[in-house]
Design a protein around this ligand. Sequence first.
Ligand SMILES: NC(=O)c1ccc[n+]([C@@H]2O[C@H](COP(=O)([O-])OP(=O)(O)OC[C@H]3O[C@@H](n4cnc5c(N)ncnc54)[C@H](OP(=O)(O)O)[C@@H]3O)[C@@H](O)[C@H]2O)c1
Ligand SMILES: [Zn+2]
Ligand SMILES: [Zn+2]
Length: 352
Amino acid sequence: MNSPLRSVSAFCAPTAGAALGPVKIERRPVGPRDVLIEIDYCGVCHSDLHMARNDWGMSLFPMVPGHEIIGRVVSTGAEVTDLAAGKRVGVGCLVDSCRQCEACDDHLEQYCVKGFTLTYSSPTRDPGGLTFGGYSKQIVVDRNYVVTVPETLDPAGAAPLLCAGITTWSPLAHWKIGPGMTVGVIGLGGLGHMGVKFAHALGARVVMITTSPQKGEDARKLGADDVLISSDAKAMAGFAGKFDFLLNTIPVPHDFNAYMGLLKRDATMCIVGAIGPAAALNTAPLVMGRRNIAGSLIGGIKETQEMLDFAGLNNITADVEVIDVAAINDAYGRMQRSDVKYRFVIDLATLD
Ligand SMILES: NC(=O)c1ccc[n+]([C@@H]2O[C@H](COP(=O)([O-])OP(=O)(O)OC[C@H]3O[C@@H](n4cnc5c(N)ncnc54)[C@H](OP(=O)(O)O)[C@@H]3O)[C@@H](O)[C@H]2O)c1
Ligand SMILES: [Zn+2]
Ligand SMILES: [Zn+2]
């Protein structure tokens, strides 16, 4: 027989732009394929801020954000035979997809053509009618969307791997970044600092491209070989045509044209930050150099597991500032001001 509904403490945004505060939510009974997870840490992604403010016009409220979830298995349904209680596990941005389309067959659930279920703010048959994310004590997730996390990794530092990590890993893997290549990471925040770490670990030469000169020293410590200040026109001209790949994590609409000239012939700038309309694109740098502009969304579950295994082998975690759950509204304000070093992570032990 299924276990009963479970009342769980959470932090919730009641409406768009409202401050987050404590609430009780209900988690569904643990079904045969489900995993009940006690959440230890949850990273704070800039997407949480976009979603809580309804920047993308798709948010559903009340919203319990959080899709960088690290916890331990409490119990599992009868059909889950490979996850014992106590196992360190993670949940990222997706908790379901159609499991039948070409994308799902290819382990690319993030591109599911019938639409995936986001970890929060997606319609669901669960209690409350909406998925609720990781700013909460416990979550129930189908085994197929749960990944295992190397025990050697610091759990707070590992939490951001579930979104910032996979969102930067996936394009670096897709575009086969490795030794002999020069990669520019644009924007030193949660995604950007993971992009620098992974591109460096994959053997590429890494240039941090930033609006914040004061972050240069940190960028080098994170693995950047060079730092390029994007407002310095002379320095930008010096890097013209030097990059095999650009990973653009800027969270707001901006002028892509400023960066296209940095690419070599045939090279690609991949957008992972700004989602939505952009300023007019000058196609001349594309046509004249057969350059590409592309986008990428998080990563599939299999790829997320591969990224976590790589992170475990190479001891890669995020640089985090662990906060009490009550500090979340201040943390959003600081993230808005690009004042994050380099990811806030909520310690769920601070939630009653
Ligand atoms: N594609 C996906 O699947 C996916 C997944 C997760 C997140 N995202 C999106 O990726 C974006 C970045 O997320 P994040 O969590 O890394 O954010 P973040 O921690 O706030 O970092 C963003 C960084 O971008 C730079 N930046 C901010 N405003 C800028 C501006 N007006 N012009 C130029 N640079 C600016 C800043 O770096 P500097 O100070 O170094 O310039 C800032 O630290 C967000 O929009 C988020 O929603 C997308
Ligand atoms: Zn995210
Ligand atoms: Zn699908």
